[in-house]
Write a protein that binds this ligand. Structure first.
Ligand code: COA
Length: 388
């Protein structure tokens, strides 16, 4: 039985900062951010959006009467959790008006958690083929103003439904994992911004990619040339490019050119949003499927997921017949097209306006937010979520 991604939904807030402007404000050459980092625009997250509301806004685009009553499990991957105990998945279930008998859990392993959700969902559907699983990855990537990681911030959410006979991508049974206890990126409980050893993290990412790709090839007798495209977790798009270039000498020139061309298609959207942490790999997959012009049903796509700390997984999916028809490409393109540019000063003010970690009541700037689901603030130590 084929199991995999049946639908893909996306959400990012409506504000962005231009990376050339940010570079100038930081006394950097714009090409460092545009080419060296590989980012053109960066999503700016208002204080009225958090991981829960962004997840709801993404998931809402792929829920319909046709699949609502089939979903019996929500798996919510995030490293921007809003509570140390209660799962964001329960807030999500409520906001999406999904029934009370839907099992709902939050998963954490840095940027890897959405992939963990997808693989667990696949096994769940294999055991219950008439059911579907809603898997969501939502995050705010925050490193701090003036930090080295600042040009690799961003935020948003990806949502997928995992089902039998999927319309978009059937996921192969085998995959390769590599896990090692390293400190390349982490966020202590007292911190709202991540700590990162950027150069070390980039080197570990490439090492994990090469290891898992080799393990996958050995376990499954797969040749690199069997794969029409490789998509990557993209904390910034140059990261994926570096990983891809590290293995191009292992294949023919024409195949290397094909992989490079498809990589360019796979980073179009990520370039305009920045880092989504858990959702980044799936935004890149979405970008590939919408923007590549030489992919066909039956083509195999290799996916590399990486979550700092660190866990890597390489797995493969097969494109399904008419996969393009199942993509909500217009919705996604409209969302990106209708965004509003803010100045660097406005971005800094929005960055600093995040709801503080405090017991006192707080009201967000939700009146400026046109998203369907939003965070109105905090009252009596409880988050207050609303929908339009
Ligand atoms: N034109 C073109 N490229 C330029 C340039 C210019 N004018 N100036 C610099 N560059 C290139 C550099 O050569 C470098 O390329 P390379 O990585 O291929 O060597 C790149 O731009 C970045 O420059 P660098 O000096 O290394 O930047 P930095 O010290 O400011 O740090 C990161 C960059 C990515 C390490 C930093 O932003 C970071 O730590 N981000 C977080 C990464 C992360 O999220 N990791 C964990 C999850 S996987």
């Amino acid at each position: 039985m084929k199991v995999g991604i049946d639908q893909i939904g996306f959400y990012t807030p409506k504000w962005y900062v231009d990376m050339a402007n940010l570079a100038q404000a930081r006394n950097e050459d714009p090409n460092k951010y545009l080419i060296g980092i590989g980012q053109s625009k960066q999503a700016v997250i208002p204080n009225s959006q958090d991981a829960v509301t962004m997840a709801a806004n993404a998931a809402d685009t792929i829920l319909s009467e046709a699949n609502r009553d089939k979903i019996d499990l929500i798996l919510f991957g995030t490293e921007s959790g809003i509570d140390n105990s209660k799962s964001g998945a329960i807030y999500l279930q409520h906001l999406l008006d999904l029934p009370n008998d839907v099992q709902s859990v939050e998963l954490k392993q840095a940027c890897y958690a959405m992939t963990a959700g997808i693989q667990l969902a696949k096994d769940h559907v294999l055991a219950h083929p008439d059911k579907q699983v809603l898997v969501v990855g939502a995050d705010i990537a925050r490193y701090g103003l003036h930090s080295a990681g600042e040009p690799t911030q961003g935020g948003g959410a990806m949502a997928v439904t995992i089902s039998a006979d999927p319309r978009i991508l059937a996921i192969e049974a085998e995959s390769a994992h590599y896990v090692a206890d390293i400190m390349d990126f982490w966020r202590p409980l007292y911190a709202t911004e991540a700590l990162v050893d950027g150069k070390y993290s980039s080197a570990q990412y490439i090492d994990f990619f090469k290891r898992t790709l080799t393990m996958y090839q050995q376990h499954t007798n797969t040749e690199l040339s069997d794969l029409s495209a490789l998509v990557f977790h993209l904390p910034y798009t140059k990261m994926g490019l570096k990983a891809l270039k590290s293995i191009l000498n292992e294949t023919s020139e024409s195949h290397a050119n094909q992989l490079m061309k498809n990589f360019e298609a796979s980073r179009v959207f990520n370039r305009q949003v920045g880092n989504l942490y858990t959702g980044s790999l799936y935004l890149s997959l979405f970008s590939l499927l919408v923007n590549a012009d030489d992919l066909n049903s039956g083509d195999k796509i290799g996916l590399f997921s990486y979550g700092s700390g660190a866990e890597g997984e390489f797995f493969v999916g097969t494109l399904q017949t008419d996969y393009k028809k199942a993509l909500h490409a217009d919705h996604m393109q409209n969302l990106l097209r209708n965004r509003v540019e803010v100045t660097v000063t406005e971005y800094e003010a929005m960055f600093n306006s995040q709801m503080p970690l405090q017991a006192e009541d707080f009201e967000t700037n939700y009146r400026e937010d046109s998203a369907k689901f939003y965070l109105a603030g905090q009252q009596q130590q409880q988050r207050v979520y609303h929908q339009k």
